[in-house]
Design a protein around this ligand. Structure first.
Ligand code: NAP
Ligand code: HSE
Length: 440
C-alpha cells in the first residue's frame, strides 16, 4: 500500500498557490498525486486572502518550521529571493529531504554548492520550473538529449519581457502599462527589474548552459542587456526591415582565441540582449508569455521547446512533475543510497566564458548624425577599416536636421565592432549611437 508523502511549501504566492491547486484536486491526474499531502506551508502574511483553500492551521510565518516538520518529506521552495531561500534549501538537504525549487536566482548562483550537498546527502534537488515555466527543458537536457554533443542553446526565456515586447509590437501598447499587466498576471518577479533588465534571463541561460555543456559557468560574467532602454523607434525600424525584436539568451561552444587559456576547460560564449529576429525565423512567432528554447546538437540537429514561460498554472505543472519524480522513487522504496545519475545530474567538466570581445554576432546599430552629404560613406569606411562587413545601411526620416542611419552588419566579433563604433563616434557628423542590438 502506498504511503502518503508530505509536501512542505515554502511560499503560497503565484506558484505556490498553483501547486496547491493541483495537489488539492488530483482527479484525472497522475495517480501518484493522490498520495501527496500538503503538510505545512510558509507565508509572510497569515491574513492575506489566497486563491486556494487550505486548512489555516497548516500555515506558518516561520519557514524553518516547514523544513523541520517531521511530516514534511519533500520541501518545495517557491518563495523566491536569495535568502532565506538558499539557507532553507541547504537545511532541507542536511535533514535528508529532497527539494523542488522554481528559484533560478538561487540555482544560478549557488547551484554547485547545492548540488554537491544534495549528492553528499543522497537527496534530489529538482529545478524544472526554474527555466521556461511550464516547458519541459531541464529534464530533456539532463536525460533525453544526453547522447548529443550540444553546440548551442538559445531562445526566449523570460515571459514578462516577451509579453511586453509582443504587446508593444502588435498593439502599440505603452511599456509601463503592459509591465503592470504582466505583474497582475503573476508573470513578473517580485522586483520586475530582474525581468526587464535581463537578469532573470541571464540566471536561466546560466542554468541551461551548465546542463547542456556539463559544467557551471560564472553567472556574474554573462554580458546582459534587458529591454528597459529599448526604444519603440527601434522596434518600428526593425519591423520595416522585416525583423521582430526579442530578448534573446544564447549559450554556445566557441573557440577561445586567447592563447593562454586552460585547454581542459570548454570555452563558451554566453549573452542576453534584445535581438532582431528575421520574421521567418521560428523564434519570431513566439509571442505573449510564451517562451521557446532551441537546442542544437550532434547528431540531433535542432529541436525547439515551446510553451507558456510563466504564470501560476504552467509553472505549477513543472513543479508538480518534479515532485512526482521524487515521489515515484520514494514509492519504489528500494533506496540503496545511490541517486539516479540522470535525475540528479552532476557536472563532468570545467567550462569557462570567453572574453566578451570574442563573442561573434550580427549587429543592429542606429546612429544619429548630421543630415550631411557623405556621412553614410564615412560610416561605411570605418566599418570596413575594422573588417566589419555591412549587410544593409538605411537612412530613416531625418528629424530636426538630424539623420537616423541604421546599419545591420554581418557576423563579426564584439571586439572589431567596438573598434569600428569608436571610430564612427569620433566622426564630426556623428552625434551618437542611439541603439545597439543583436541580430540573428
Ligand atoms: P510570489 O507570488 O511573490 O510568492 C512568494 C511567496 O513566498 C508568497 O506566498 C510569500 O508570502 C512567501 N514568502 C516570501 N518570503 C517569505 C519569507 N521570508 N517567509 C515566509 N514566506 C515568504 O512569487 P512567485 O511568483 O510565486 O515566485 C516564486 C518563485 O518561483 C520565485 O523564485 C520565482 O522566480 C519563481 N518562478 C515564478 C514564476 C511565475 O510565473 N511567477 C515562474 C517560474 C519561476 P505572502 O504570500 O504572505 O507574501
Ligand atoms: N518572471 C519570470 C518570467 C517568471 O517572466 O519569465 C518565469 O520564470
Amino acid at each position: 500500500m502506498a504511503t502518503r508523502i508530505g509536501i512542505g511549501l515554502l511560499g503560497l504566492g503565484t506558484v505556490g498557490a498553483g501547486v496547491a491547486a493541483i495537489l488539492n484536486n488530483p482527479k484525472d491526474r497522475h495517480p501518484l498525486i493522490g498520495d501527496l499531502q500538503i503538510a505545512r506551508v510558509a507565508v509572510r502574511d497569515l491574513n492575506r486572502s489566497r486563491p486556494v483553500e487550505l486548512d489555516p492551521s497548516l500555515l506558518t510565518t516561520d519557514p524553518q518550521e516547514v523544513v523541520d516538520d517531521a511530516n514534511v518529506h519533500v520541501v518545495v521552495e517557491v518563495m523566491g529571493g536569495l535568502e532565506p531561500a538558499r539557507t532553507l534549501i541547504m537545511r532541507a538537504i542536511a535533514a535528508g529531504k529532497s527539494v523542488v525549487t522554481a528559484n533560478k536566482a538561487v540555482i544560478a548562483r549557488h547551484g554547485e554548492e547545492i548540488a554537491a550537498a544534495a549528492a553528499a546527502a543522497g537527496v534530489y534537488v529538482l529545478i524544472e520550473a526554474a527555466v521556461g515555466g511550464g516547458i519541459p527543458i531541464i529534464e530533456p537536457l539532463k536525460q533525453s538529449l544526453g547522447g548529443n554533443r550540444i553546440q548551442r542553446v538559445s531562445g526566449i526565456i523570460n515571459g514578462t519581457t516577451n509579453y511586453i515586447l509582443s504587446r508593444m509590437a502588435h498593439e502599440g501598447a505603452n511599456y509601463q502599462s503592459v509591465l503592470k499587466d504582466a505583474q497582475e498576471l503573476g508573470y513578473a518577479e517580485a522586483d520586475p527589474a530582474a525581468d526587464v533588465d535581463g537578469l532573470d534571463a541571464a540566471d536561466k541561460i546560466a542554468i541551461l548552459s551548465g546542463l547542456a555543456f556539463g559544467g557551471p559557468i560564472d553567472r556574474s560574467g554573462i554580458p546582459t542587456a534587458g529591454i528597459s532602454n529599448l526604444q519603440s523607434r527601434d522596434v518600428d525600424y526593425a519591423t520595416q526591415l522585416d525583423y521582430g525584436v526579442k530578448l534573446l539568451a544564447v549559450a554556445e561552444r566557441v573557440e577561445d582565441d586567447e592563447g593562454d587559456n586552460d585547454k581542459t576547460s570548454l570555452p563558451l560564449a554566453v549573452r542576453v540582449q534584445p535581438t532582431l529576429v528575421p520574421s521567418d525565423h521560428p523564434l519570431a512567432g513566439v509571442n505573449g508569455v510564451n517562451n521557446a528554447i532551441l537546442v542544437e546538437g550532434d547528431p540531433i540537429g535542432r529541436v525547439m521547446f515551446y510553451g507558456p514561460g510563466a504564470g501560476a498554472g504552467p509553472t505549477a505543472s513543472a513543479v508538480v512533475a518534479d515532485i512526482l519524480n521524487i515521489a515515484g522513487i520514494r514509492q519504489l522504496d528500494d533506496s540503496d543510497g545511490n541517486l539516479d545519475p540522470l535525475l540528479a545530474a552532476s557536472s563532468w567538466r570545467a567550462c569557462h566564458l570567453v572574453n566578451s570581445s570574442q563573442i561573434r554576432q550580427r549587429n543592429y546599430v542606429r546612429f544619429t548624425t548630421d543630415d550631411a552629404p557623405g556621412v553614410i560613406g564615412r560610416i561605411g569606411s570605418c566599418f570596413g577599416d575594422q573588417g566589419v562587413s555591412i549587410q544593409s545601411i538605411v537612412q530613416f526620416d531625418p528629424t530636426d536636421a538630424a539623420a537616423e542611419i541604421v546599419v545591420i552588419t554581418h557576423e563579426v566579433s564584439n571586439g572589431a565592432m567596438k573598434s569600428a563604433l569608436e571610430a564612427i563616434t569620433a566622426l564630426p557628423e556623428v552625434r551618437g549611437i542611439a541603439a545597439h542590438l543583436g541580430c540573428l
